[in-house]
Design a protein around this ligand. Structure first.
Ligand code: 5AD
Ligand code: SF4
Length: 456
């Protein structure tokens, strides 16, 4: 294996799991002599780790490939540039990508990137043949191991992949495959190694993270598969880990044990992302969400009962096929009832191969835009009100990096808000108490009132 120094540029699109996957791709490539670069200019290997969730995200890949072509031509004289497309567009489109964009040398799906070294060698031997989009999730994690190169104090850890829900708008069941959970021992080994490298906060990732049902730790086989609540409590025992989060959950997979974890595990942060997509039962049914709006509201009420300060975040889609004004109003009403701390909202985007794309009652783009604007105005006002409700409170903040201004620090509150304060750089990597003085839509600021070693 050659270990001459080579430059690697990875561009990540889409969700947090892609961020995790990009880091793991770097781990796989470091032993081959690849070093990260912040620009594709002059890179030996460029990887686009792509997202297929909405049309806009998928199309960005092709415009980026267009921009890379001259850079690849320039690099031809000095060793050449290998261009790889990874992630969900790779999975969905496979060899079609190399036909549409001949600049691409290799295509690797989200379950086979542990084989990048072989695929790169293959691409160098025979262009056009380096393609791997098998579903080998178990093999992937076995091969990746628990040693990761990390920077900072907060890390993502994939614990579950794939989805069996088949919401009628969504490509994930096709791009990420069936639901699969990593064994608990493997997850714990990875988080212990992260804690030893200074990580203080972990976010457990899964497309359906609360459907987690991992093989129990060795010696506890009699327990049967562990749910997410059990996993969270176990992660809380790892020395050095002060904060735990998880995302993304499905309302159907909420169980009482997980709800209780919010009550009995102070390290589990009081911020919960639970997408509902619509407030109309008719649309929820057409989306195949397998629950009604009242079920969702009952889950939120139960969470607030056990953890009164819990902040709720969500995802909404407007303009799903068949959505009437009354359906949209039901979404607005649900949003008023939940009162979100933050919420993502999207116009429905037709995705190839999904049942929604074939529905005859598609909604006009103009109507979608109007509904999105009204929804976002409401969500923005809720987010501002939530942030302003922090003024006068003292919050534990995990400081992650220097702020933009000299002498400033940037950190996160338990509710995932950005917090800016003036303070000494030694606090980076620590949790300290901050008296909140001002709030805007996207951030809080205040002054330090002391340091604290606990989670909440
Ligand atoms: N159109 C618009 N939004 C979508 N999402 C998923 N698929 C689509 C689609 N076809 C949104 C959902 C999901 C989030 C990750 O992306 O709200 O929760
Ligand atoms: Fe997509 Fe629905 Fe699965 Fe979430 S639960 S990944 S929205 S199919």
């Amino acid at each position: 294996m050659s270990t001459t120094r080579k430059r690697l540029f990875i561009k990540t699109y889409g969700c947090q799991m892609n961020v995790y996957d990009s880091e793991r791709m770097k781990d796989v490539l470091t032993p081959l002599g690849y070093e990260s670069s912040d620009t594709p200019d002059g890179a030996d290997l460029v990887i686009l780790n792509t997202c297929h969730i909405r049309e806009k995200a998928a199309e960005k890949v092709y415009s980026e490939l267009g921009r890379l072509r001259p850079l690849k031509d320039e690099k031809a004289a000095s060793g050449g540039m290998t261009i790889a497309v990874a992630g969900c567009v790779a999975q969905a489109e496979g060899a079609e990508i190399m036909r549409r964009a001949p600049v691409v040398d290799l295509v690797v799906g989200p379950q086979t990137y542990h084989k990048l070294p072989e695929l790169i060698a293959q691409a160098h031997r025979a262009k056009g043949e380096a393609l791997d989009t098998e579903f080998e999730v178990e093999d992937k994690f076995d091969k990746l191991g628990s040693d990761r190169q990390v920077e900072g104090y907060s890390a993502f850890v994939t614990v579950q992949e794939g989805c069996d829900k088949f919401c009628t708008f969504c490509v994930v069941p096709y791009t990420r495959g069936a639901e699969w959970s990593r064994p608990v021992d493997q997850i714990i080994a990875e988080i212990r190694a992260l804690a030893a490298k200074g990580i203080r906060e972990v976010t457990l990732l899964g497309q359906n993270v609360n459907a987690f049902h991992g093989a129990p730790p060795s010696g506890r086989e009699a327990d049967g598969a562990w749910g997410l609540g059990q996993l969270v409590r176990h992660v809380a025992l790892i020395g050095g880990i002060e904060r735990i989060r998880f995302t993304t959950s499905h309302p159907r997979d909420m169980d009482e044990d997980l709800i209780q974890a919010f009550a009995d595990t102070p390290k589990l942060m009081p911020y919960f992302h639970l997408p509902v997509q619509s407030g109309s039962d008719t649309i929820l049914k057409a989306m195949n969400r397998q629950h009604v709006a009242a079920d969702y509201l009952a889950t939120i009420a139960r969470l607030r009962e056990v953890r009164p300060d819990i902040a709720i975040s969500g995802d909404m889609i407007v303009g799903f096929p068949g959505e009437t004004d009354a359906d949209f109003e039901a979404t607005m009403e649900l949003v008023r009832q939940v009162n979100y701390a933050s919420c993502f909202s999207f116009k429905y985007s037709k995705r190839p191969g999904t049942p929604g794309a074939a529905m005859f009652n598609q909604i006009d783009e103009g109507v979608k835009s109007q509904r999105l604007a009204a929804l976002q105005a409401l969500l923005d006002s809720q987010q501002v009100a939530f942030n302003e409700s922090m003024i006068g409170k003292t919050l534990p903040v995990l400081f992650e990096k220097p702020g933009r201004l000299d002498g400033q620090l940037h950190g996160r509150s338990p509710y995932l808000q950005s917090v800016h304060v003036d303070g000494p750089a030694e606090l980076i990597g620590q949790i300290a108490e901050v008296a909140i003085e001002t709030a805007s839509r996207n951030a809080l600021s205040g002054r330090l009132v002391g340091t604290k070693r606990s989670a909440a």
